[in-house]
Every structure is written in C-alpha cells, then in structure tokens.
Design a protein around this ligand. Structure first.
Ligand SMILES: [Zn+2]
Length: 154
C-alpha cells in the first residue's frame, strides 16, 4: 500500500497548488516565509504529517474512502490558508532535498564504476590509476571539480 510519505514525495508543485484552491500558488509562497525547524515542528509517519506552527497546527492524511486523496486540516482556519501553504512549501523542500541526495548517490556509483575501470594493478601490487583524457578542456574541468571537492571538505 502507498504510504503518505510516498504520496507526498511524488506530489508535484502544480498538484500542491491545486490542493490549496485558486490561490494555492500564493498561499505556498506566503507559507514559505515561516521559519520551520523540521525536527521540532514536524511529525511524519506512514499515515500522518503534522506541522506545528504554534499559532496553528496543520495535519495531512490520506483518505482511504476517496482513493487516498489528501485531507488537509488547519486547527485555526476552515478554508484554504497560509498555514496549509506552509505545510506544502515545507514538503516541497523536504522531498526535493531527498531526491537530490539520491541522485548524488547514483552518480557517485557511476563514477566509482568508471574509476574502477581506470585502476590497474602494477607489478608491485600497487593500484595505479590511468585515465584517458580526450582534450585539455576536460582536464581543466576535472581539476576544477577536484578543487571544489577539496574546498568543500575544508
Ligand atoms: Zn490556517
């Protein structure tokens, strides 16, 4: 069965806007202004998402009777509000970051495979790396990337 996390992570920006009515887009922008501490103010599990904004608490759950459609509630307001917008702004941030890191992991795997191709064991048992470089531009790119990597660690 699909979990709420799955559902939210696949929610596009357009879909999120639609869920918040005609002014969805501006509500999400307004909501994005809240300063939220994910660890303190957000609860998420397989069935329920909660964002505690202090002045209002927004809850999101799936409705099994309506094809797992998302039910969004605000403890303060009855209609569409910026609190609900804040919840979707946050969900967008949370899951786009996750996607990014998945991509990085995938990319790292691909690089590792490539690098392994370049490794050769010398007569003395030491691993040596041989890289065929097509042109000097590529060498520049590589040098820059390496510099960035080292810079990021410092
Ligand atoms: Zn509200």
């Amino acid at each position: 069965m699909i979990t709420l996390k799955d559902k939210l992570s696949h929610l596009s920006y357009q879909e999120a806007c639609k869920l918040l009515g005609a002014k969805g887009k501006s509500l999400i922008i307004e909501g994005g202004k809240y300063d939220v501490d994910i660890y303190d103010q957000v609860t998420i599990n397989d069935n329920y998402f909660e964002l505690n904004l202090g002045e209002a608490v927004v809850g999101i759950s799936m409705n099994p009777e309506k094809h797992q459609q998302l039910d969004i509630n605000c403890s303060l307001c009855t209609g569409f509000c910026e609190h609900k917008g804040a919840a979707f702004a946050l969900i967008g941030e949370m899951f786009s970051a996750e996607e990014e890191s998945e991509k990085t992991v995938e990319l790292a795997g691909a690089f590792k495979a490539k690098l392994l191709d370049c490794l050769e064991k010398g007569d003395d048992g030491e691993l040596k790396m041989t890289i065929a470089i097509q042109d000097e531009g590529m060498l520049d790119n590589m040098a820059q990337s390496l510099a960035k990597m080292v810079g990021a660690r410092i």
